[in-house]
Write a protein that binds this ligand. Structure first.
Ligand code: NAX
Length: 348
């Protein structure tokens, strides 16, 4: 009988289901360590979907990933079927349904932007090719490693047999940061705020946009005006405090904590995949543009998105005022420059 268990069956239904293969690159790093245990506990795909984890590292990172694999075993998670650690991208993406591309080359001292893009093209190009060759038909990819949008673009371009809309980049952390700031400013709970949008690049040029956001049933802008005195005070707070604070939050975390965002980034990556798979009415994610809102086709840019469980789609038809248009254009211009720099390297 569907949905019931025979009393003699010692295994819950999840134990009999085929596991979903999740590949995490850079799994021996900080965000990897904050991701693995939550995924294995079922917080990303839910309590009914067993997982097989494949951890990809460079040779220097393999021992760290192996150590995490030992600890995963020590958690005895019922949903965790298998953990493989490898430095071979083809083995790592074999049969993979969800790829979380976390490992990236950080900007070193004196490194020019072109050098950074070239170093990451050397990572995300081959990983895209390996996804093309080895991943499962239902593969979905999220780039977390920076520059995340352009890294997703490179991976997508290197996987010609995989539909481009399977590739996304993480701006959920920016989205959550913006909600955190609004929730504090308005003294409401985070889940009372809806309709917030991050546009453009996951960088300081991004545009955290409250123009369609509501707190309960009230426009956020009206709630801010009521709290801060008037509409001019609300606009000033948005321009001078909120937008720069969200856009530069990563730098603030580094300054205060002495190290970059880790648990919040892992949390956002988990929520990005969870909502893409389970469906959501509205969030933010960087997806391959089909020309929506004038963003050049093919760029991986952040938009307000929804998911019906079959991948993120852009929420279309939102009116944009001149200030929003200008901010989006600035961030998209940065994405165009990154794409052109990568093209100049002969990568795209
Ligand atoms: P760590 O340096 O702790 O870990 C990165 C790991 O990636 C290392 O273990 C390294 O050996 C591995 N790696 C490097 N090249 C690799 C390759 N070719 N294949 C497989 N593994 C490889 O960095 P961590 O703090 O975990 O951050 C990872 C990335 O996330 C960075 O690029 C960082 O900039 C980016 N972030 C992105 C965020 C976002 O919202 N999109 C926010 C947080 C974070 O800054």
């Amino acid at each position: 009988m569907a949905g019931t268990q025979r009393q003699s069956d010692p295994h819950p239904p999840a134990a009999r289901e085929r596991p979903t293969t999740v590949t995490i690159t850079g799994a021996g790093g900080q965000i990897g360590y904050a991701l693995l245990f939550r995924i294995a506990a079922g917080e990303m795909l839910g309590p009914d979907r067993p997982v097989r984890l494949k951890l990809l590292e460079i040779p220097q990172g393999v021992r760290s990933a192996e150590g995490a694999a030992l600890e995963l075993q020590d958690c005895a998670f019922p949903l965790l079927r298998e953990v493989d650690v490898t430095d071979d991208p083809l083995a790592a993406f074999d049969g993979c349904s969800i790829a979380m591309l976390v490992g990236a080359r950080p900007r070193g001292p004196g490194m020019e932007r072109a050098d950074l893009l070239a170093a990451n093209a050397g990572i995300f190009g081959p990983q895209g090719a390996a996804i093309n060759a080895a991943a499962a038909d239902d593969i979905r990819v999220v780039a977390v490693g920076n520059p995340a949008n352009t890294n997703a673009l490179i991976a997508a371009a290197s996987a010609p047999d995989v539909p481009a809309d399977r590739f996304t980049a993480l701006t959920r952390l920016d989205h959550n940061r913006a909600i955190g700031q609004l929730s504090e400013a308005l003294a409401v709970l985070p889940d009372e705020i809806s309709g917030l949008a991050i546009w453009g690049n996951h960088s300081a040029s991004q545009f955290p946009d409250v123009s369609h956001a509501r707190v309960r049933d009230e426009p956020v802008i009206d709630a801010l005006a009521a709290r801060l005195g008037d509409r001019a005070a609300a606009d000033a707070w948005l321009d001078e405090v909120f937008i720069p604070r969200v856009a530069k939050r990563g730098a603030e975390i580094i300054e205060v904590r002495g190290s970059s965002s880790v648990a919040s980034a892992a949390n956002a990556a988990i929520e990005h995949v969870r909502d893409e798979q389970a469906g959501t009415a509205w969030t933010s994610a960087a997806v391959v543009s089909r020309g929506e809102y004038g963003v050049p086709e093919g760029l991986v840019s952040s938009f307000p998105v929804y998911s019906d469980g079959a991948g993120y789609r852009v929420v279309e038809g939102l009116p944009l005022d001149a200030r929003a248009r200008e901010r989006i254009d600035v961030s998209v211009a940065e994405l165009v420059a990154e794409r052109d720099a990568v093209r100049a390297l002969g990568v795209l």
